[in-house]
Design a protein around this ligand. Structure first.
Ligand code: ADP
Length: 192
């Protein structure tokens, strides 16, 4: 049986790879598809994400990597796949994933969604978390494949985040704007 594992993979994490490794033992062929998500502003272009995943999955002979701009079920039909593979981490994933699975069922009744629960060590891990850490030069080598960590660091080295103060400075009163008083309050020394 052919299964499709669709996602943004921006970038691929060890959590995604864990799902791929377990998925390719369950299905004859697993196609990882980088989907263009118009609602997300990606760090890496689609073709670079495809290359990153190809490199990270090169040891698994029944894993193929592709990209697609359109509906997941359209891609699945094109490839003759009857199964969509998705990963579940937390309760919020479940709500979103269930809605997506039901929607896909209305679009293609013969295509099923297969959920794999995350391995506990990756239950906290997401692509956005990795980007958040990398943005502030934190360590990411334990969260993504080595080559991807290098790409991310290069990316942020080119466009470092704008430094912002942790505590906003207190606004200083100016002569033009005297301190605001409660209507009942009178400046000291004022005459009735
Ligand atoms: P999407 O934009 O489609 O959610 P993602 O790349 O964020 O794309 O995720 C693709 C799939 O991988 C989703 O089903 C998501 O729940 C799953 N996934 C992401 N991170 C993990 C993880 N750490 N463990 C298990 N599944 C994960």
């Amino acid at each position: 049986m052919i299964a499709i594992y669709p996602g943004s993979f921006d970038p691929i994490t060890l959590g995604h790879l864990d799902i791929i490794e377990r998925g390719c033992r369950l299905f004859d062929q697993l196609i990882v598809v980088v989907m263009r998500n118009p609602t997300k502003k990606p760090l890496f272009p689609v073709n670079q994400r495809v290359e990153q995943i190809r490199h990270a999955t090169r040891h698994w002979s029944n894993v193929e990597v592709d990209s697609f701009d359109g509906l997941t079920v359209t891609y699945a039909k094109k490839r003759g796949a009857k199964m969509l593979l998705r990963g579940l981490r937390v309760l919020s994933d479940f709500e979103k994933e269930l809605q997506m699975a039901h929607t896909n069922k209305t679009l293609a009744n013969d295509i099923e969604t297969f959920f794999l629960a995350t391995s506990s060590e990756y239950s906290f891990l997401s692509s956005s978390l990795v980007k958040e850490i990398a943005k502030f030069s934190g360590p990411i080598d334990h969260l993504v494949p080595q080559a991807v960590a290098l790409d991310i660091r290069q990316c942020y080295a080119k466009t470092p985040p704008i430094a912002s103060p942790l505590i906003a400075p207190e606004p200083q009163p100016t002569l033009e704007s005297p301190p605001v008083l409660w209507p009942t309050e009178k400046p000291s020394g004022s005459v009735e």
